[in-house]
Ligand binder design. Structure first.
Ligand SMILES: C[S@@+](CC[C@H](N)C(=O)[O-])C[C@H]1O[C@@H](n2cnc3c(N)ncnc32)[C@H](O)[C@@H]1O
Length: 289
């Protein structure tokens, strides 16, 4: 059956909310024809979609898709994963639509509660692992306050996929006994971290949302004594067919990043270089692309 794409459909169940609602469904009138969940009780599964490769979904995620009446998903979810998620459910894009307006967090919370309160089985699909930089707690609180049952289905986070893409491990005996997961920016702007600890030799960090803040991070680390030759590796579209790897140094980070024009989601590793074989393979692929 042909898929239906609806754009800018006002969601009128919540007074005052008119977000951009992008619905894809096999059903002619998805909002009207939603059936009740399998036992008539609403429920929310917060599901990790992984980094993009559908083979990196868990069986538990697939089982949640089977039960779902409606899937509310983020912008970063790959088309291949959405294809699996939407087999029998209505898909609602609650991410940013192109350069258009974004959904407000409180509107997403309200929509989750509204669908589940009507007895639907809702999958809230988040990229990677929902517990990593996913604003999960706000949504859980909304669902819990409404007395709706929920569970978390973990997924493979971008750092795990990206480090596999460069043939490295996140920790290594004798190199680094800890690894930090950082965000490049938070609600206040560029995020502050323990720069002194990060600047110590041997530190490794996986930086999410780190492209815009690359120059800031570089400046802070150098100011706190980091070696300018510390390896920095960026993995764009980790696990996807268009994955790209940029190997650079702290010194060259902003310049090389600018030249690479990375538009896709990108994970930045501070303190990790690609394993030689992985690096050679990337260069070979680039030459033969
Ligand atoms: C809001 S965070 C969500 C992280 C997600 N919950 C996870 O566990 O991967 C979005 C950031 O994750 C990173 N990211 C997500 N998917 C990625 C991918 N396939 N390749 C590289 N980085 C990715 C990027 O840094 C992106 O800006």
């Amino acid at each position: 059956m042909e898929r239906l794409f609806l754009f800018e459909r006002p969601y009128s169940a919540i007074p005052g909310i008119f977000p951009i609602l992008q619905v894809k469904s096999n059903q002619a009138e998805p909002m009207m024809q939603l059936t009740r969940s399998y036992d008539g009780t609403g429920h929310v599964d917060f599901v990790g979609a992984g980094p993009g490769d559908p083979e990196l979904l868990t069986l538990k995620a697939l089982n949640a898709f089977e039960r779902a009446d409606v899937v509310l998903h983020d912008r970063l979810i790959s088309a291949e994963v959405l294809e699996l998620a939407g087999k029998s459910a209505v898909l609602v894009d609650v991410g940013k639509a192109g350069f258009g307006p974004s959904w407000k967090q409180e509107d997403i919370d309200a929509l989750l509660v509204d669908y589940a309160a009507k007895g639907h089985h809702v999958v809230r699909l988040k990229s990677g692992d929902p517990t990593v930089f996913g604003r999960l707690d706000e949504e859980i609180e909304a669902v819990e306050t409404a007395g709706i049952s929920w569970q978390i289905v973990p997924g493979i986070t971008a750092a795990s996929a990206a480090v596999a893409g460069i043939g490295q491990s996140l920790t290594r005996r004798g190199r680094n006994s800890s690894v930090r997961f950082l965000t490049g920016h938070d609600m206040k702007g560029f995020a502050d971290h323990d720069w002194t600890a990060l600047a110590r030799p041997g530190s490794v960090a996986a930086i999410y949302m780190g492209k815009k803040s690359a120059r800031f991070i570089q400046g802070r680390l150098i100011m706190h004594g980091a070696d300018r030759d510390t390896p920095v590796t960026l993995v764009e579209n980790a696990s996807r067919p268009d994955q790209r790897v940029l190997a650079t140094t702290l010194d060259q980070l902003p310049t090389d990043l600018n030249a690479a024009e990375m538009d896709g989601p990108t994970l930045t590793f501070y303190g990790l270089a690609p394993r030689q074989a992985a690096k050679a393979l990337t260069e070979f692929k680039k030459e033969h692309a």
